[in-house]
Structures are given as structure tokens and as C-alpha cells.
Write a protein that binds this ligand. Structure first.
Ligand SMILES: *[C@@H]1O[C@H](CO)[C@@H](O)[C@H](O)[C@H]1NC(C)=O
Length: 208
């Protein structure tokens, strides 16, 4: 009579421990890339949970004088499925990360060096921006347009973290002026002058 309850308890313990074994899912970058992330790599080592790619400054010799070095699932497969990731942000003097969004996750930024003017715009079109100094952190809610500007005279460094292993990045100016969306459509949907649109397309490599 007592053998049945013991058997039941054992089978419950076994089934619940089987259900809990999925501690992580290091992304298999050679496998399919699905909306819910990569499939899990079969054999993992501690190297899968360590990423050394954020130690060096990114190259800020570009039009925005800024470099974003991501440690998303594509670079750091250990974060796959964990709803977390990081990036390094280098801003040369007067460098800027232009107005952009991360469709997939909220962001927190911590300033490690220099002074950064950071802000975001809510869906009610309220504006929140502030000069941040070393040690300051700011949060940018998921999906909202935001920006970072080096507001000091020296190079600035910040680290950002996201509530997604693949937050994505869409820069508004690039979305408008770095592709072949026809100038007359951009003019209609933004009310910007044709001359200004053509100028920005020229700078950012857009056509049409
Ligand atoms: C940084 O980028 C610029 C422009 O692409 C390039 O000319 C330069 O060699 C790069 N510097 C380094 C250190 O990679």
C-alpha cells in the first residue's frame, strides 16, 4: 500500500528535475536563426559564457564620430535566450549616436568616462534628456526613440545593457536616407524639403 505513494513522489521529483534542466541555451550560430533565438549549442564550455570583445575602443573615425560595439547573441551566443545583452559605446568629442530605437528591448546606460547628453522621446512626445557624468545611469524604455551626444570636450565611454539578447537597432536617419525610398515619398511623409532630403541621401548613401 505504501509503495504507490513513494513511487508517485519519486516520479514527480524526476519529472520536475527534468523540466528544470534547461538552465541556458548557448546559441548555435550555425543553426537556424528563429524569432525566439538560435537553437541550443550541444556542447558548451566556460568560453561560451565569457566574451572579451568589449575591451577595446571602437573606431570613431566615421561620420557620426561614434562606435557601438555590440555583445548581442550574434557576437556573444551565451546570452541567447536569456533576455539580456550589452554593448560598448565610444563617442569622440562631438560624436553622436543619432536618433534611434531598439525594437526588441529596454536599455540602461552607464557612463564610464566623459560627459554624455542622453535622452528619449515618449509615445506621448514628451522629451526627457540630461547631461550624464561618470557613474550616472539612465534607462531608455523599449522601442522609444533616443539619442546620445558627447557633450564634453574629451572622448566619452559608456556601456549599455538591454533586456533582450537581440534588441535590434534602427537609426531614423539611416531608415530615411540610406536606402532607395523615393525622395518624393520621403518629402510627403516627413514634410522635409526635397533639397534637404537629397543632401542627406548623398551623405548617407541613399538613392532615388
Ligand atoms: C578607422 O576607420 C577609418 C575609416 O574607415 C579607417 O581609415 C582607419 O584605418 C580605422 N582605424 C583603425 C585603427 O582601424
Amino acid at each position: 500500500m505504501q509503495a504507490i505513494p513513494i513511487f508517485l513522489i519519486l516520479s514527480l521529483l524526476l519529472s520536475s528535475s527534468y523540466a528544470a534542466v534547461q538552465d541556458f541555451c548557448v546559441g548555435d550560430l550555425s543553426g537556424p536563426d528563429t524569432p525566439s533565438g538560435y537553437t541550443c549549442k550541444k556542447k558548451v564550455t566556460v568560453s561560451d559564457f565569457v566574451y572579451s570583445g568589449l575591451g577595446a575602443a571602437g573606431n570613431t573615425s566615421n561620420i557620426i564620430k561614434a562606435a557601438v560595439t555590440p555583445a548581442f547573441a550574434d557576437q556573444f551566443p551565451g546570452v541567447n535566450g536569456l533576455d539580456i545583452s550589452l554593448a560598448r559605446l565610444d563617442l569622440a568629442p562631438s560624436g553622436v549616436v543619432p536618433l534611434h530605437t531598439h525594437p526588441g528591448g529596454s536599455e540602461v546606460l552607464i557612463v564610464a568616462q566623459g560627459t554624455i547628453c542622453a535622452g528619449f522621446i515618449s509615445s506621448a512626445n514628451a522629451v526627457y534628456f540630461k547631461n550624464l557624468n561618470k557613474g550616472d545611469i539612465m534607462v531608455f524604455p523599449k522601442g522609444l526613440l533616443h539619442f546620445q551626444i558627447n557633450s564634453g570636450g574629451s572622448p566619452a565611454l559608456a556601456f549599455v545593457s538591454f533586456s533582450s539578447s537581440r534588441p535590434g537597432l534602427q537609426i531614423t536617419d539611416f531608415a530615411l536616407f540610406a536606402n532607395d525610398l523615393p525622395t518624393e515619398i520621403i518629402n510627403k511623409v516627413t514634410f522635409l524639403d526635397v533639397a534637404q532630403i537629397k543632401k542627406l541621401k548623398g551623405v548617407l548613401g541613399g538613392t532615388g
